[in-house]
Design a protein around this ligand. Sequence first.
Ligand code: HEM
Length: 404
Amino acid sequence: MANFAKANSVEEWLDQRLAIRTIRRVMSTEYWIPKNVNFLWAMGMILMVTFKLLLVSGIFLLMYYQPNVDTAFDSVNYTIMQDVAYGWLWRHVHAVGASVVFLIIYIHMFTGIYYGSYKKGRELIWISGMILFITFSGLAFSGYMLPWGQMSYWAGMVITNLFSAGSLELHGIVEWVRGDYVPGQAFLDRFFMQHVLLLPLGVLGAIGLHFAALRLPHVNNQDGEEINFEEEAAKYKAGKKKESKVMAFGNDFLSKDIFVLSVFLIFFFYLVFWHYGFALDPVNLDPADGLKTPAHIYPEWYFLWSYEILRPFPKDPGLIAFAFSQVILLLLPFLDRSPNVAPANRRGPFAIWFWVFLVDMIVLTAMGKLPPEGIFNTIGLVAAIVFILLWVALPFITKLEKRL
Ligand code: HEM
């Protein structure tokens, strides 16, 4: 209130509050967006909305979920799914949301790679995006432990085993992470805490960083063109809207964003009501049993590509390849040594690199789901080697690229 006394009017007082000033600036016509951006530039907004849907549905699930190894499975599969009115709806929204958010994250990442939106002052946007990706991955993994089904238990076992660092056999670390020799109550407690408190806070912080980074340079556009925003905004304000290369955030860009968002929400709720099954693994409909290992253990679809980089190699090289795959994307802005900010199809060899990388990720994902036998194992191994070679070759390919 002390500041209120200093302000000469309500208007001035509102303007002193940073949050209100930011919202007003974004909503006002003073925030400019390039005109030549397509529907792919709406993915960030869709991610925000999906994250909110996950938060709200998660809060409702938390009202009946019980973080106890004896009751967790029943609290999800009977209490929430059958006893509580509309419990099934919140669970479907949460499960479908967790899966679809990764689909959109991957589209958003590949858009950034295709258009070179991680370069020339946009490095921090990319790095904060990768921090978001890693935090989101932790959030999804910890959430998958909570229904305490067979796949929760065994995926938890396999992933925490990675902390033993292969032949270094650091078993003390594995037990420290689990809180026990095998996943049990201490394990469930700590993943519960991470899922409902630590990692949601982490994601919120990382979104703040991502948005702050986005305010330094303007967003990229389909041609990678460097636009003089002040000049173009002046044209727009002088009534020459058609000639100007920019549009106002509120309401020109916002109305386009909301249109794409509406199409997405139709697709999203179609999945929630009619095809939610794809997001709920049938193996996880059996309660966790430490004495019965499932024939084939695999993670959710969005982790399959990195799982397939770990799996086809012998133990230690597999761990090294896995660690490589987890950090290498973060370094993209520094590995791409070409000065060109342009769509991949105008960048010569980089276009081939981009499409091979995209196809390789799809192949790795498909092979990760199949049992590691015969020809599938060979294809998986080749795809994992191609992944590593692509990233090693990137600085050389981009160094040779002609300046546009
Ligand atoms: C919950 C997760 C995320 C949210 C809410 C989010 C949100 C946004 C928003 C609103 C924008 C501006 C509009 C647009 O281009 O869509 C944006 C841009 C961007 N994001 Fe994200 N993002 C997320 C995750 C990521 C990830 C995982 C990456 C990649 C590592 C990433 C990289 C980028 C880049 C490079 C841009 C700049 C695009 C440009 O300048 O044209 N973001 N993000």
